[in-house]
Design a binder for this molecule. Structure first.
Ligand code: ZN
Length: 170
């Protein structure tokens, strides 16, 4: 009984991943650069996959990129912290889906923002967040938050490189 039940669960996921459907009404998510992103606010102790030390956790689920954000942090955060967090996690999605986890060529350049960002994947994601804010300001809508469509086009992940953070002094 177990295996057929799992297959039944997997099938709708596969179908939805092929269909490139926009998010359902009321769903918090977006479809950006060919990448389906679902934002979920929840208690970070229930992230499941990531350490509860983190306030954001991005995991692929089929072709959907699932971004879990700590609800308590998000609600208490400043506007900059909110936009930075969402854009950072979106950066992880785009690194995965558009750059094949090449991290935009980052090695340890992210260390300028703190030791945590020394890892190439974290350096790229944080650079993506800062490049986003430099271009779009503190605009959650343009990140597709709550299925909104903002007026600003976020940076393409290929634009976000170690050279960009130097030239733009991010
Ligand atoms: Zn990260």
């Amino acid at each position: 009984m177990r295996v057929p039940a799992l297959r039944m669960l997997a099938l709708p996921l596969l179908l939805s991943s092929c269909a490139f459907l926009p998010p359902a009404p009321g769903e918090n998510g977006t479809f950006m650069f060919g990448t389906r992103v679902l934002y979920i606010l929840k208690d970070r102790r229930e992230f499941g996959f990531c350490s509860a030390e983190l306030v954001g956790c991005t995991v692929p689920l089929g072709s959907i990129c699932v971004v879990q954000l700590d609800q308590e942090f998000f609600e208490k955060a400043t506007r900059w912290q909110r936009v930075n967090l969402v854009a950072h996690e979106l950066g992880h999605c785009l690194d995965l889906r558009k750059l094949g986890l090449s991290h935009g060529g980052f090695t340890d350049q992210g260390k300028r923002w703190g030791a945590y960002y020394r890892a190439p994947s974290e350096g790229f994601a944080e650079a993506y967040a800062r490049a986003y804010i430099a271009r779009c300001g503190l605009d959650l809508d343009s990140l597709g938050w709550m299925n909104a469509q903002g007026s600003c086009t976020p940076p393409h992940p290929r634009e976000v490189t170690p050279e960009l953070i130097e030239t733009q002094k991010l």
